[in-house]
Design a protein around this ligand. Structure first.
Ligand code: FES
Length: 578
């Protein structure tokens, strides 16, 4: 039965159309539910909760979701709902080629259509591995039903001979050491066995931790959910609590539009900046905001960056890992530290404001979560660059770069695409030194396709051997949140569609000045116009299938890489009455 404060009666539920009416079709729905072993009393008059589960054998970050989903169901049953698990495509970051980003919008579409086409009154979204979080949220936001997000949680800290290992970050670090001959092949194999020790998503401040934390800051998880390690018993209890809560959210008719506002997106961006989060958050949050009808562009990130201190000392920018962060007080501890920067009256899924949810939340380790007066970086942990090389913007994470490179002019060494770079970067005859600027073209949303995380372009082997560990690198690709370096990313428009990056040649001088937010190619406008006139647009990579759909409809990085036909907030009309 609905609670006293319910805004809906059982016959107002969306699922009533499937189960509650007296006609031949609803007979079919009921008889087929009976076929699954459920009695009428199991679902009659109850909210039907779709649990969108991105579990798969191919996704180790979600391997515990097979168990967690049962814990979510337990909560739904306890609260008087009817749980229905609906598996959706997983996006397994380490495996999917060319990149999971190519499939983010596919999962978003699947989520929206699962919720639209089946008798769902509300949803629990189970994700966490990088793109699964924005994908699930984008689809569920477009559908507009009450939902709650249940994050996968970070895996335990990696370990090698007593040294902590962080996902991605330490892979890059020790791969460079191996290439420079500083560690052996046996060492490398030991690292392979110690870097991923439990279920859960990457435990550095990569895209996964960034996006689940941003989601909590948006008010779309129960308080505290994003920081709990996947292997912790508290994670199981959070799953059950999320299942319980969504049933009440349906009765209360708490929809995403009630929670997602310009202020809640500011909270999410501020959180990402205080965490030193992944640059991928720019693309995803822009796409998510636009699905919610909130106008958001790159400049808002730069504005908030200028007032937000970086407090979380987590790799790749810092020293610790997500398990340390949890023990130090987790996201709620950090949010309470930056509460002067937050819109505290933003509402969240538990019916309270974010201010109420973080009241009294403490930090237990000032090394991991710094006090406001001892930040790692006082402001500007992320910068949006513009100039004749990136008229629609580019992004850099200055905190993760060697500081002397943040004002730099150097000779471009250009690679036409990824394969060209892979073939020549380690050529001993390549004319390149530590002051050069490495440029990769055709790695953007259409060109790659899918804007893979190639943006941490490799340092040539001969320079590694000389001790060079960072250089200015420029591309229209993204970069893994677990990467680091003076990497200029998301150059827009991308080279494949004729952005100015397409016209850079080896030997040109490229100028980067982060303080001035400037990315400039020292080539005259007249010369650039000549090069543009000689440029030929590449032929489409895909002639059929999803790739053709993707290439035709994907937007540029500064617009969130959504499909043009999925943008907008028009409610999804159900095509039939019964
Ligand atoms: Fe899944 Fe990093 S591989 S979050």
């Amino acid at each position: 039965m609905p609670p006293a404060n319910a805004k809906k009666r059982p016959e107002d539920l969306r699922s009533h159309r499937w189960y509650g009416v007296k006609d031949l079709r609803s007979f079919g729905h009921r008889s087929r539910t009976a076929q699954s072993g459920f009695d009428r009393s199991d679902y009659t008059g109850k909210p039907v909760i779709a649990i969108i589960n991105t579990w798969s054998d191919i996704n180790p970050c979600h391997s515990h979701f097979r168990v967690r989903v049962e814990e979510v169901k337990r909560g739904v049953w306890q609260a008087g709902g009817f749980p229905l698990e609906m598996p959706a495509i997983t996006l397994a970051e380490p495996f999917q080629k060319p990149t999971t980003m190519m499939y983010r919008n596919l999962l978003a579409m699947e989520t929206e259509e699962l919720l639209r086409s089946y008798p769902a009154d509300g949803a629990v979204l189970m994700g966490g591995c990088d793109k699964t979080t924005p994908a699930l949220l984008m689809g569920a936001t477009s559908m507009g039903l009450p939902f709650i997000f249940m994050p996968a949680g970070p895996m335990l800290s990696g370990n090698w001979r007593g040294n902590k290992l962080g996902s991605g970050t330490d892979s890059w670090k020790y791969w460079a050491e191996l290439r420079a001959g500083k560690i052996t092949e046996d060492d490398w194999q030991e690292i392979e066995g110690g870097i991923a020790r439990s279920p859960g998503h990457c435990m550095t401040m990569g895209t996964a931790s960034t996006m689940t934390s941003a989601t909590e800051a948006l008010g779309l998880t129960l308080p505290g959910a994003a920081s709990i390690p996947a292997a912790d018993a508290n994670h199981a209890r959070m799953a059950t609590a999320s299942g319980k809560r969504i049933v009440d959210m349906v009765w209360e008719d708490m929809k995403p539009a009630d929670l997602l506002t310009a202020a809640s997106f500011d909270n999410a961006i501020t959180t990402v900046l205080a965490l030193g989060g992944s640059t991928n958050a720019l693309v995803h949050l822009i796409a998510m905001a636009r699905r919610a009808g909130v106008p958001l562009g790159l400049d808002r990130f730069d504005q908030l960056s200028q007032r937000t201190p970086l407090l979380a000392d987590i790799r790749p920018a810092g020293r610790f890992l997500m398990e340390d962060f949890y023990y130090a007080g987790g996201l709620r501890g950090l949010l309470n530290r930056i509460r002067p920067l937050l819109a505290l009256d933003a509402r969240t899924v538990n019916g309270k404001t974010i201010g109420e949810n973080i009241d009294g939340c403490r930090v237990y380790n000032d090394e991991v979560i710094r006090p406001l007066n001892k930040p790692i970086v006082a402001s500007g942990s992320l910068a949006v660059l513009r100039g004749n090389l990136a008229p629609d913007g580019a992004v850099i994470k200055p905190a993760a770069a060697e500081q002397h490179l943040l004002k730099h002019a150097g000779r471009a060494v250009v690679f036409e695409d990824y394969n060209d770079m892979a073939a020549r970067i380690d050529d001993p005859k390549l004319e390149i030194d530590a002051t050069s600027v490495i440029v990769l073209k055709n790695a953007g949303p259409v060109g790659a396709p899918g804007m893979p995380e190639w943006g941490q372009l490799p340092i040539p082997k001969k320079l590694l051997a000389q001790g060079v560990r960072d250089m200015v690198r420029i591309s229209d690709a993204r970069m893994s949140g677990t990467s680091y370096g003076a990497c200029v990313l998301h150059v827009a428009p991308e080279s494949w569609v004729g952005g100015p990056l397409a016209f850079v040649q080896t030997g040109d001088i490229v100028e980067l000045d982060v303080a001035l937010r400037k990315l400039h190619l020292q080539v005259s406008d007249a010369e650039l116009a000549t090069r543009r006139a000689a440029w030929k647009a590449p032929a489409p990579r895909f002639k059929r299938g999803y790739g053709a759909l993707f290439s035709k409809h994907i937007s540029q990085a500064n617009d969130g890489c959504d499909f043009d036909f999925l943008e907008g907030t028009a409610p999804t009309e159900d095509p039939e009455i019964h």
